[in-house]
Design a protein around this ligand. Structure first.
Ligand code: COA
Ligand code: ZN
Length: 310
């Protein structure tokens, strides 16, 4: 039995809620994150410190970050697009800042209203400032496996951006399939290239299930030695500035599969399912996750009665 340890990072309250039209009440966000803190995640992406005009759903980032109960051993991170966001995040004592920019120029412009070079310059000044503090830094590279406006994104281009961040002292990078364009053999090629060129780098893969390939892509990444994955409760998620974006790989579906395959995720699946059951009430619609509807593989059903039928 494969007992390899994996690291599962919850992103529902950031990637999920950023894309919801209904504002999830601050108290409800805090209660949900407190629930998730009991579930054994390696990391929770609590919110983002973005412009409240760009992402109104997360305009309560300070209140949420200040009031959640932090559990030792979990890294509480937040997405940050610029210097102003980093200042806000640091004032809330985040454990980690998750900086973001896109590998493709078009998505960077539509999402962040900057060229990639302008983004890089902003992020570099954030990195220089944050490196003097105890806060750690991860860099998320959006559209690393395809851009909804430009199409294929060459592996070399992804490696170049990773290299630029490694050169300025970054130890962790997330490769994001922002709109679910990745497919398994592509994921294997990219993952192998990143692992072999940057063996010491902490690499996270961030899949969206837009075309139903997120679990297949995860298996492919595992085969290439990746051990860290973002996932979203109920399969919520999506970038409001990427045409056609839909939810992330669903945490409970992912954990269920990984445990069947013999991996140790550290995640308490019952706790995650209980938290996921709260989502429709919070966001006002059904969520895409399948496990909550179907039950675990061996949740058996009573045999239907054969007596008295017509
Ligand atoms: N937090 C809070 N407010 C911010 C901010 C931040 N991180 N960055 C900028 N602002 C405010 C400015 O103070 C300014 O406010 P004002 O209009 O009241 O003066 C306003 O936002 C515009 O600032 P500007 O620097 O011109 O930014 P912009 O309008 O070009 O937007 C971003 C750039 C990056 C701030 C914005 O596009 C953004 O937050 N994008 C995030 C997108 C995202 O999270 N996508 C999903 C995740 S991938
Ligand atoms: Zn995402």
């Amino acid at each position: 039995m494969n007992r390899k340890r994996l690291y599962i990072q919850e992103v529902a309250t950031r990637d999920g809620f950023q894309n919801e039209s209904r504002f999830v009440d601050t108290e409800a966000k805090i209660a949900l994150i407190d629930c998730l803190s009991e579930c054994g995640y390696a990391k929770i992406e609590v919110t983002s410190f973005t412009s409240p005009k760009a992402i109104p759903a997360l305009r309560d980032a300070e209140a949420v970050m200040h009031r959640i109960k932090r559990r030792e051993g979990i890294i509480y991170t937040a997405l940050v697009p610029n210097v102003r966001g980093a200042e806000r995040a640091i004032s809330c004592h985040v454990d980690e800042i998750n900086l973001v920019m896109s590998v493709s120029e078009s998505h960077n412009r539509s999402n962040l209203r900057m060229t990639r070079e302008q983004s890089f310059a902003q992020l570099r000044s954030v990195i220089e400032a944050v490196q003097k503090t105890p806060v750690s830094i991860n860099v998320s590279l959006s559209t690393a496996m395809g851009c909804p406006m430009e199409g294929d994104v060459p592996v070399e281009q992804v490696l170049e951006w990773v290299q630029r961040f490694v050169d300025i002292g970054i130890h962790g990078v997330t490769l994001c399939d922002t709109t679910g364009m990745a497919f398994p053999s592509q994921v294997a090629t990219l993952s192998e290239a990143v692992r072999s060129r940057f063996p010491a780098l902490e690499v996270t893969l961030h899949f969206h299930n837009t075309r139903g390939m997120a679990l297949a892509n995860t298996l492919s990444a595992l085969g290439a030695g990746i051990d860290r994955f973002d996932a979203s409760l109920g399969g919520l998620g999506g970038c409001p500035y990427a045409p056609g974006a839909t939810g992330n790989v669903c945490t409970e579906d992912l954990v269920h599969m990984l445990e069947l395959e013999g991996f140790r995720t550290g995640v308490d699946l019952d706790g995650v399912l209980a938290a996921s059951a709260l989502l429709p009430g919070l966001v006002g619609h059904e969520v895409p996750g399948q496990l909550l509807k179907a039950g675990r593989r061996l949740d058996l059903h009573p045999m239907p009665s054969t007596e008295g039928g017509a």
